[in-house]
Design a protein around this ligand. Structure first.
Ligand SMILES: O=C(O)CCC(=O)C(=O)O
Ligand SMILES: [Fe+2]
Length: 276
């Protein structure tokens, strides 16, 4: 979708505060500059008030009403997105099982007129994210299930500690829970050559408050976080108001798909409903 097609961008994004369709204007240049500083210093960028209130309400009411058409992901696995490996000693992160339980709407389940989907398919947003990350070109994931997700987390739902299989993820906060549901992140705890298992074990056992930053979620915020090497989780949700988030997937390579195993675990299927 090009800028010309997105005739009502102002109704979806607060374009006075975030004029994302004009990358060269002074306000956007300044936003991109400070986002880069924040990414470099904290590994996370948060842009509060990005979405219009009406959009937040529309997406929240859709997710709440259609919850039962989503997949209830209820899975246990390690932070490395695999099964427990008993060849490692007791207490090792590769033996530590993390539980995730959440309703997941895959891309196929988000209607084409949904404002979050229209925003994801708007090339101007991809270009804005690309400018923040300093990565060009940038592509939306090609995964027909995983490129865009809406998640809804109820009382006692959780996303266990894990690393993502992509370098970064963009989230749009739609609704916060009464309590819990914070995004917790141990930034850059591992590197390509160093898994740093000792610190990871401390985070997994809850003994590494010094390494973990906690980000409460505020509806309307766009967040970019570097999840491949930053161990992160969503803390257990408490209370009757569900936590709702949209997750937008990108890659620096075209045609990126997640594995069939990951699709099965998260969506309960590997193909879209129209094909299945
Ligand atoms: O819901 C969030 O804020 C992030 C979830 C997450 O880490 C993921 O889906 O990989
Ligand atoms: Fe993640």
């Amino acid at each position: 979708m090009s800028a010309d097609d997105f005739h009502d961008l102002d109704a979806v994004v607060d374009t006075v505060r975030y004029p994302i369709a004009d990358l060269d204007c002074a306000i956007t240049t300044e936003i991109i500059e400070s986002a880069r500083v924040s990414l470099a210093s904290a590994g996370v960028v948060a842009l509060p008030g990005f979405l219009r209130d009406k959009v937040i309400a529309e997406v929240a009411s859709y997710a709440t009403a259609e919850k039962h058409s989503a997949n209830l992901q209820d899975a246990t696995g390690t932070a490395y997105l695999g099964a427990v490996d008993t060849s490692y000693p007791e207490g090792h992160p590769r033996r530590n099982a993390q539980h995730s339980r959440t309703w997941v709407f895959d891309y196929d389940l988000v209607p084409s007129h949904n404002p979050v989907r229209r925003l994801f398919e708007f090339d101007g947003l991809t270009e804005f994210i690309s400018a923040i990350l300093g990565r060009t070109p940038l592509f939306r994931m090609a995964d027909p299930l995983g490129a865009l997700n809406l998640t809804l987390m109820e009382d006692d739902h959780v996303q266990g500690w894990h690393y993502d299989s992509t370098d970064f993820v963009v989230s749009l906060a739609i609704q916060s829970s009464d309590c819990g549901g914070e995004f917790e992140c141990a930034r850059d705890i591992r590197h390509a050559e160093e898994e740093n298992y000792e610190s990871v074990a401390r985070v997994l056992s809850g003994e590494a408050g010094d390494l973990v930053s906690v980000y409460p979620m505020t509806p309307g915020t766009l967040m970019v976080f570097m999840g491949r090497n930053s161990l992160h989780r969503v803390a257990p949700v408490i209370g009757t108001t569900p936590r709702i988030v949209a997750l937008l997937g990108y890659d620096t390579k075209p045609d990126t798909q997640s594995s069939d195993g990951l699709k099965l675990m998260r969506y309960g299927r590997t193909t879209t409903r129209s094909v299945a």
